[in-house]
Design a binder for this molecule. Structure first.
Ligand code: ADP
Length: 431
């Protein structure tokens, strides 16, 4: 599958994922708001129904409630009673044991014949407020409860309350939520597209970087391998010749083998750095003593190359760091200083404390780095002068490793700008 297709497929996956996430979040929101509105609207109705039921039971009122003020007052115990003003929104139905409405007269013929003729008693929903639609257009909420009194014909009482107004509000609100959802889906499609594109950017960058890394690495590995192969083939073609005569070929093969070994170990370091596999082994040690020790072999090498090496160690502090990695860092900087200086140049290492930071500077008076190339030198496989770098055994990975080591210690590495001659690397670690 081509790289483009893979990216497009991944972006589509991200887009769908974002869209699903947005839809789920919005649906949950919608459901919560909708049910909250519904509950609030019906809570008043339910309160009234329950209140009415409690009043009826408490005052033992039966037969007397109906949508209009009753013309007949009746109380079970037969005592005279003050005229009641029933809730005009509530219709009271009294049922007998056979499931027949016993207070038809009280309800009113018009209401009864038009709406309640086919109305059946449903004992399953006793004491629970239930929704019902009569004649497929009138909405009621009702409360059915048992009448335990044996003195009359009434077995159950049902309180019905018309909720057409509430239903209209809920219906309109539902419509509004649907319209909002539609608008939201359209918006979230575009938002998901933009987001998925943004999410893909670092992936594409990392992929390209990785592909470039593999390409560079295989190129760098192939070059010394080709040299070694050619030299060995040459040796095989002339088996009768003495080793002394083929000294040059053997020496070159050996040097390429060393180069190969260094390259693979550098590649391994970076691969482990990328996978965050490498853990630092932190220990506390005297920084100046450590720098002195690492620099000592370089004093001799510099002398042998007619270069001057100086040390100025003034940090006088203990540092908590990974000794092996710090050693690797100094070796990279010192190796470079040696590689990119000529005879009579000088190389120096300076340590000091500045702004609560431990600073080590590796400076040289060598060939220097062009201002415009400074921003690239920490990139993998970057070499300012490929020919010279190859001559000195460099592949452009040293500074990338140096940067990783410094960052792993929460420090910074930079190059001094506008330097008259040579190069100065400044490494700072937190104290
Ligand atoms: P290399 O193995 O090629 O030295 P590095 O990553 O260590 O790779 O360095 C990257 C490039 O930075 C080098 O190729 C060189 O051009 C430049 N560079 C590094 N150190 C110095 C220095 N002390 N003086 C001049 N140029 C340097």
């Amino acid at each position: 599958m081509s790289r483009r297709r893979i990216f497009r497929k991944q972006q589509l996956k991200f887009m769908v994922l974002n869209l699903v996430a947005f839809t789920i979040i919005f649906s949950i929101f919608g459901i919560i708001i909708f049910s909250q509105v519904q509950n609030t609207l019906f809570s008043k109705t339910d309160e009234e129904l329950i209140g009415f039921k409690n009043k009826m039971l408490a005052e033992n009122l039966f037969w007397e409630t109906k949508p209009h003020p009753p013309n007949k007052e009746f109380e079970r115990n037969g005592a005279p009673k003050e005229k009641q003003r029933p809730n005009p929104r509530i219709i009271v139905l009294h049922w007998n044991k056979d499931g027949e409405i016993v207070n038809q007269g009280e309800i009113g013929t018009l209401l009864y014949e038009n709406y309640l003729l086919d109305f059946k008693l449903d004992e399953k929903v006793l004491d629970t407020i239930t929704n019902i639609t009569i004649n497929e257009q009138y909405h009621f909420r009702y409360l059915l409860f048992e009448d335990s009194n044996d003195n009359d014909d009434i077995a159950y009482t049902q309180l019905l309350m018309n909720t057409d107004a509430e239903q209209t509000i809920i219906h309109n609100f539902g419509k509004l939520i649907m319209i909002c959802s539609l608008i939201f889906i359209i918006l979230s499609i575009s938002a998901s597209y933009i987001l998925s594109k943004k999410m893909m950017q670092p992936i594409i960058a990392a992929w390209n970087k990785q592909a470039e890394f593999v390409e560079n690495a295989s190129h760098e590995l192939r070059t010394p391998l080709t040299v070694i192969q050619n030299k060995l083939e040459l040796l095989l073609r002339t088996p009768q010749e003495k080793i002394a005569d083929k000294f040059e070929s053997i020496a070159l093969s050996l040097s390429e083998t060393r180069r190969l070994s260094k390259l693979t170990s550098n590649l391994l370091t970076l691969a482990r750095a990328d996978s965050a596999e490498t853990q630092l082994v932190l220990e506390s040690f005297q920084f100046d003593d450590f720098v002195q020790k690492v620099s000592e072999p370089y004093i001799e090498i510099a002398e042998s190359q007619d270069k001057h090496f100086w040390l100025s160690l003034n940090s006088k502090i203990n540092i908590k760091a990974d000794k092996e990695r710090l050693h690797q860092l100094l070796v990279i900087l010192l190796d470079n200083a040696l590689k990119y200086t000529n005879e009579h140049d000088s190389i120096g290492v300076k340590t000091y404390i500045e702004d609560q930071q431990i600073v080590v500077e590796v400076t040289d008076t060598g060939i220097g780095i062009k201002e415009e190339n400074l921003q690239n030198i920490f990139e993998r496989f970057y070499r300012e002068d490929k020919a010279r770098s190859r001559e000195t055994g460099g592949v452009g990975l040293g500074l990338s490793i140096a940067q990783w080591i410094v960052e792993k210690h929460h420090g910074t590495i930079s190059v001094l700008k506008n330097q008259q001659k040579g190069t100065t690397f400044i490494v700072k670690f937190p104290k």
